[in-house]
Structure formats: structure tokens, C-alpha cells
Write a protein that binds this ligand. Structure first.
Ligand code: NAD
Length: 427
């Protein structure tokens, strides 16, 4: 397998997991159904640009499977959005929601656009246009989108507003119910407390559960690739529970601070400078003598207990997998490890905590948001985090037990758990 086509990679993962399922005729037929998206929606979005010219954007919504509940998955605005990518992401969302045991299926959307080239007004018109284009196919009990790469709570707010207009909803409670069509909204628009940190916090709960199983304790070290929403929050939570986070990175490179970074100070410094280089913030000061700059590639190969890829896909490959020194890899990004690298890491005894489990905290709190809007409730951050912790621990235990029973890696067992749940729900 090439490792380049994300949908092929996703199908390879499913095939590997399927080998562990009972080989009955009925199950095989259901598996064939699970391999294909149930619906692919292609849309064109005309947007009046600031210069008065109408530009046509291409968008997609892939609804992979809804056996367990409404389709669920983000909307990505990116110049490299492709149908194969959106299809793979929709399939992984179905798996992620099932492994987290949420009453949701899998979907994903995307628009081919570089949002950085749009003005604020153009971005709003594009967002509203996309919502109009897919309006017939979404709804609280049909398909529930959310933010993904380059889309935000504000964008979800515009989309909700557009849907309310299209459906002509006037009543406050009906508006609130309809707003559950989109999650990841700003709190003022009905968003959930704790959503912003949920992916990172969920990752911490998953990691702690696995480390306990592995019998690893004491002052552990970690390196985190990426310092965006997920990377920063993971670094912050790891630091808070006593890890020494010795390296973090962004697209411009990595910093190595042997004494352990102070994530909050490092973020402040990065915001001020625009980049991480020189932000060697440890304890309560940032000091150039406390660290040095290294490459993103070097960060991945540091001698740490836990490596956290939290930026891009396919960064751990067959080329560098033999040089990884971490004992545990917590996949916070989607698809950071290629299938070839996975095999090498497993043989080397490195525990890879798969993305569909490790980063499922985000969709879990999205599910809480959907539930709160439908019930007309607003939970406190403590309530949200408590529910998140219970869920992450329970589902990590289920994946761990399956891996012991089947004598296989955590990714395959997560897929087995998820596939079993979906096939059971399929009529
Ligand atoms: P983000 O845009 O906030 O942050 C991405 C980070 O990656 C930035 O710090 C950026 O500088 C860095 N980066 C970009 N190119 C890089 C490179 N070549 N090398 C190293 N770092 C680079 O995005 P995010 O929301 O933090 O998402 C990160 C990953 O986590 C993505 O794979 C995303 O799909 C996944 N994820 C996010 C969520 C969520 O709730 N935000 C949920 C599940 C999965």
C-alpha cells in the first residue's frame, strides 16, 4: 500500500480489524456496506467577492454511516481538500464516535478554499453559502457538523443563523433546538463549557489510563509536535499533572528546553514574537540560556517517555519509525502514523494510542453540546469534565482489554471495538 491515499489507508485499517471479527456471511455483507459512504454531497457555492465578482467554490459533505445516530463530523476550509480526504475523515468519524460509544455516526465536510485569502465578509458569505447548500441534508437528528481545520465557533454561528432563516424558525426554544445542528459554537450561541480544551483534556485522560496499565509512573517526559489548540492544551495538562514537557513545535520549528517548558508562558511568548524560537520558558521565566531550537523532525526522535504528534498527518513514517525513542505515542493529530510505520513501532514494543481514541475527547464534548441544546440545558465546566473523564477511562479500558484478548495493537483493537458496535447497530 502506498500510504498516500487517506481513504485507502482507512480501508486497510478496517480490513485488519475485520480479520478479528466472526466471519459469518451476514457480518461480511454488513462490512461491505460499512466500506462505502452512504451519501456524498457535491455542492457549488457562488460567493460575491468584495470586488463585486462572483466566485464559485467547490464543497463536499460525506455522510459515511448513521447506524448509531446522526452523522457527525467537522467542516474543513482548506485549499487541499479532496474527496478522498473527506471520505477518509468521514469514515474515521464513524469509528471515533463508535469507539467513544456516542449515539452518533460519521460524516465530514470540506470546501476547497484558502480562507486566509478571504476578507471577513467573504468568509462569512462563503460559510452561509455552504450552510445553504447542505441545509436539506443536515439537522439535529440527521447530520451534525462542527468546526475542523480553519473553521471556528464564529463560523458555526453564521451557519446556525443561516439555517434558522431557511427554516423560518421564530420561537426561542425551537431556535435553540435547531442550533444543535452545529456543535463547537461559541458559548454565547449555545456552545458547551469545556469544548475548547476537550480534545487535549480527553487525550490526557486516555494517556493516564494507558500509563497505569503499562505500570509507568514517576516524573515522565514528553515532547509535543504542534502548539495550536490541541498541542498547547495537551502540553498544559501534561505539565499540570507533573510531566516534564521538554519540547514543543509549530510550523516554523521546534524548541527543546531540557528543564521542561512552562506552556502558558511559552504561549504568551509565541504570541508576542509570532514564533516559538527563543521562547525557552521554564519555571517562571523565559531565558535564552534555558533551551535551543531544533527541527520538527528532531523533536519526533527525542528520547522521551511520551511523544505527542498534535499537528499534521503522516509525520511518523517507515523512514523515521526505527529512530523513534519514545515508549508511548499519543496520537492527538488525525492520522499522524502511516500503516508501514505502525507495523515497525508495534514490533519495537512502542505503544501507539490511536487517534480515534486519543483525540475523541473533542467529539465527546461536541456530543454533550448537542445533548444540552436538545434538552435546553447548560452544564458547568466541572460537570462536562467529569463526564468526559468517566467516558475516556471507560472506553480506553474497553480498547485495552480487547487488545489483550486479541493479542494485537491498540489501533486494531480500537477498530475492532468500533466496528463491532457499528455492525451491531446496522439493520
Ligand atoms: P491548530 O491549527 O490549532 O494547530 C496546528 C498546529 O500545528 C499549529 O501550532 C501549527 O503551527 C502546527 N503545525 C503546522 N504545520 C506544522 C509542521 N509542519 N510541523 C509542526 N507543526 C506544524 O489545529 P488543532 O485544532 O490543534 O489540530 C491539530 C490536529 O489535531 C489536527 O490533525 C486535527 O485534525 C486534530 N484534531 C483536532 C481536534 C480539535 O478539537 N481541535 C479534534 C480532533 C483532532
Amino acid at each position: 500500500m502506498s500510504g498516500n491515499n487517506p481513504f485507502d489507508n482507512a480501508m486497510a485499517q478496517l480490513k485488519k480489524a475485520a480479520a478479528y471479527l466472526p466471519q459469518t456471511k451476514e457480518l461480511k455483507q454488513k462490512l461491505e456496506i460499512l466500506k462505502e459512504p452512504q451519501r456524498i454531497i457535491n455542492v457549488t457555492i457562488p460567493v460575491k467577492m468584495d470586488d463585486g465578482i462572483v466566485r464559485i467554490f467547490q464543497g463536499y459533505r460525506v455522510q459515511h454511516n448513521d447506524a448509531r445516530g446522526p452523522y457527525k463530523g467537522g467542516i474543513r476550509f482548506h485549499p487541499q481538500v479532496s474527496m478522498d480526504e473527506v471520505k477518509a475523515l468521514a469514515f474515521w468519524m464513524a469509528m471515533k464516535c463508535a469507539v467513544a460509544d456516542l449515539p452518533l455516526g460519521g460524516g465530514k465536510g470540506g470546501v476547497i478554499v484558502n480562507p486566509k485569502e478571504l476578507s471577513a465578509g467573504e468568509l462569512e458569505r462563503l460559510s452561509r453559502g455552504y450552510a445553504r447548500a447542505i441545509a436539506d441534508c443536515i439537522g439535529p437528528d440527521k447530520d451534525v457538523p462542527a468546526p475542523d481545520v480553519n473553521t471556528t465557533g464564529q463560523i458555526m454561528g453564521w451557519m446556525v443563523d443561516e439555517l434558522i432563516k431557511i427554516r423560518g424558525v421564530k420561537n426561542k426554544r425551537d431556535k435553540e433546538k435547531l442550533s444543535s445542528t452545529f456543535t463547537g459554537k461559541l458559548i454565547k450561541d449555545g456552545g458547551s463549557e469545556g469544548r475548547e480544551e476537550a480534545t487535549g483534556l480527553g487525550g490526557l485522560f486516555v494517556l493516564q489510563t494507558v500509563l497505569t496499565k503499562l505500570g509507568k509512573k514517576g516524573k515522565l517526559t514528553a515532547a509535543v509536535q504542534g502548539f495550536g489548540n490541541v498541542g498547547f492544551n495537551v502540553a498544559k495538562f501534561l505539565d499540570e499533572v507533573g510531566f516534564k514537557v521538554i519540547a514543543v513545535s509549530d510550523s516554523k520549528g521546534a524548541i527543546f528546553v531540557p528543564g521542561g517548558i512552562n506552556p502558558k508562558l511559552t504561549l504568551e511568548c509565541k504570541r508576542k514574537n509570532g514564533y516559538l524560537a527563543g521562547c525557552y520558558c521554564s519555571g517562571s521565566v523565559c531565558d535564552l540560556t534555558k533551551g535551543k531550537q531544533i527541527s520538527n523532525e528532531a523533536l519526533l526522535e527525542l528520547d522521551v517517555d511520551v511523544l505527542v504528534p498534535a499537528a499534521l498527518e503522516s509525520v511518523i513514517t517507515k523512514e523515521n519509525a526505527t529512530r523513534i525513542k519514545a515508549k508511548v505515542i499519543l496520537e492527538m493529530a488525525n492520522g499522524p502514523t502511516t500503516p508501514e510505520a505502525d507495523t515497525i513501532l508495534y514490533k519495537r514494543g512502542i505503544s501507539v494510542i490511536p487517534d480515534i481514541l486519543a483525540n475523541s475527547g473533542g467529539v465527546t464534548v461536541s456530543c454533550f453540546e448537542w445533548e444540552q441544546n436538545l434538552k435546553g440545558q447548560h452544564w458547568t465546566k466541572d460537570q462536562v469534565n467529569k463526564k468526559l473523564k468517566e467516558k475516556m477511562q471507560k472506553e480506553t479500558n474497553a480498547v485495552w482489554e480487547t487488545s489483550k484478548k486479541l493479542k494485537t495493537d491498540l489501533r486494531t483493537s480500537a477498530f475492532v471495538v468500533a466496528t463491532n458496535r457499528i455492525l451491531k447497530a446496522m439493520k
